[in-house]
Design a protein around this ligand. Structure first.
Ligand SMILES: C[S@@+](CC[C@H](N)C(=O)[O-])C[C@H]1O[C@@H](n2cnc3c(N)ncnc32)[C@H](O)[C@@H]1O
Length: 207
């Protein structure tokens, strides 16, 4: 991810965060406890929304140095003592097996190089009774005009937006990885560029 993209990321996302993302994050994270890993935590958009339980231990992994430096700054500014920052990618999570009660991703499955490897790693580090929480923008319905434009512009968008794919069928990837989706909502991401508006958010468990 370029320095420029990272530098302006929060500013570019502000309208969308205010319009819907903050509320969605809050709702998804309200019951988390124990050990939680956030993969691709970016600049820390969800940091303030985690519950303040003393029993919650948060691990944030962010492989991009330019995003991670902003993340570390926010952790330090907020004096968060229950947060550790890691630099590993989703494809190779630096953790033992069966370690986390929760793994959370937001707007990350679109950007990882290898979504199958990343989901397999999430499975590996999640406890057998753990929960996988996701909030992702995804491919539009096959055959729709939005999907055709997502397919056409995907190559260029990836170059501009830190490897973000417009047309990932993330719900199917989650199922293929062996998760059972127990809650899912499909909703349009308001105040966002038209081609990234279709989203899914919800909860999955290991089968
Ligand atoms: C669109 S940003 C989302 C950031 C944050 N999760 C949020 O909701 O604001 C995508 C993030 O995924 C990270 N990322 C890209 N490739 C990754 C990988 N292979 N493993 C983990 N994170 C990755 C990027 O560095 C970036 O911080």
């Amino acid at each position: 991810m370029s320095f420029i993209f990272a530098r302006f990321y929060d500013k570019c996302m502000k309208a969308t965060e205010d319009a819907c993302l903050m509320d969605w994050r809050k709702e998804l994270l309200k019951n988390v406890d124990g050990k939680l890993l956030e993969v691709g935590a970016g600049t820390g958009a969800s940091l303030e929304l985690y519950p303040k339980n003393s029993s919650l231990e948060i691990f944030l992994c962010e492989p991009d140095q330019n995003m991670r430096s902003q993340l570390i700054e926010k952790v330090e500014d907020q004096n968060l003592t229950n947060v550790s920052v890691l630099s590993c990618p989703g494809e190779k999570i630096a953790s033992e097996d069966d370690f986390y009660d929760y793994v959370f991703v937001s707007l990350v499955c679109c950007s990882v190089n290898d979504i199958e490897a990343s989901l397999n790693e999430i499975k590996r580090v999640l406890k057998s009774d753990g929960h996988f929480i996701f909030l992702e923008h995804v491919a539009a319905i096959n055959g729709s005009s939005r999907r055709k434009w997502q397919d056409r512009l995907n190559f260029f968008w990836r170059k501009l937006a830190g490897n973000c794919h417009l047309n990932r069928e993330t719900e199917q990837h989650i199922k293929n990885a062996g998760f059972t989706i127990i809650e899912i909502k499909h909703e349009s991401m308001r105040k966002a560029f038209s081609l990234v508006r279709p989203t899914i958010r919800g909860l999955a468990k290991l089968t």
